[in-house]
Design a protein around this ligand. Structure first.
Ligand code: ATP
Ligand SMILES: Nc1ccn([C@H]2C[C@H](O)[C@@H](COP(=O)(O)O)O2)c(=O)n1
Length: 224
């Protein structure tokens, strides 16, 4: 297998970004954070006064922002209309509104096409992480992984990142976002039938990375 496409999906805080970046770097692959793209379009909607609870308004504006993702796993970037969006897309306001924007079918169809074109142009292959990569964006991916972890473990990880954040409130926010992402009509958060599920609750990040690298190696060996 010359080039390899790896899809990594799962709920918030299961370790998708950390794992995907490290696996891509180790294997010389490109890396795409699709959550960052949904965050970027959400940031644009907020910045341009679009009411994110109005699905029709969001749909009408969806094609306006130009979102560009840099796919170097050592230095992933994201710009909106040429402006660096890496910081602004991580605010609490964007996090609380991204599920509403990403549920709008017109948004999903535009972003899905962008993701497929990035994956197609990755010369050596790519690790793409998100919620619907294995089910919808890249159903023919060579390897599909679905990461899980207990809500307690995920909240503890996130609170560690957001120094001083209340673990209980963080857990409730994670559960609420996962429920919204899993229950939307268009390509919800879901495990593909042929995905390998990895429960990361009691694994270190290094163990998860090693596990995914081994699964990629096995696929490559089997394809020879
Ligand atoms: N197996 C692990 N053990 C301990 N901490 C971990 C593990 N995996 C990831 N982390 C930490 O948990 C936090 C969340 O990880 P990460 O951002 O990779 O998750 P994610 O699934 O991409 O989340 P989101 O979907 O919300 O972007 C990070 O601080 C990361 O370092
Ligand atoms: N393939 C994807 C990726 C992300 N989303 C939505 C749902 C998430 O709550 C949000 C932010 O993702 P994160 O940065 O936390 O990974 O984006 C989606 O619908 N589909």
């Amino acid at each position: 297998m010359e080039s390899v496409i790896v899809a990594i999906d799962g709920p918030s805080g299961t370790g998708k970004s950390s794992t995907s970046k490290a696996v891509a770097a180790k294997l010389g692959l490109s890396y795409l954070d699709t959550g960052a793209q949904y965050r970027a379009i959400t940031w644009w909607m907020i910045s341009n006064g679009v009411d994110v609870t109005d699905a029709e308004a969001v749909a009408n504006a969806a094609s306006k922002p130009v979102i560009v993702s840099g796919t170097d796993p050592g230095r992933p970037t994201i710009t909106v209309d040429g402006a660096d969006a890496a910081g602004p897309i991580r605010t609490e306001e964007v996090t609380s509104k991204v599920s509403a924007v990403s549920a709008v079918p017109e948004v999903r169809s535009l972003i899905t096409e962008l993701q497929r074109s990035i994956a197609r142009s990755a010369e050596h292959g790519i690790v793409v992480e998100g919620r619907d990569i294995g089910t919808t964006v890249l159903p023919d991916a060579d390897l599909k992984i679905f990461l899980t972890a207990s809500p307690e473990a995920r909240a503890a990880r996130r609170s560690g990142e957001l120094k001083g954040a209340d673990v209980h409130a963080t857990k409730e926010a994670l559960i609420k976002r996962d429920a919204a992402d899993s229950s939307r009509k268009t390509s919800p958060l879901a495990k593909a039938g042929d995905a390998v599920e990895v429960d990361t609750t009691d694994l270190t990040l290094d163990q998860v990375i090693e596990c995914v690298v081994t699964l990629v190696d096995e696929k490559r060996t089997a394809a020879k």
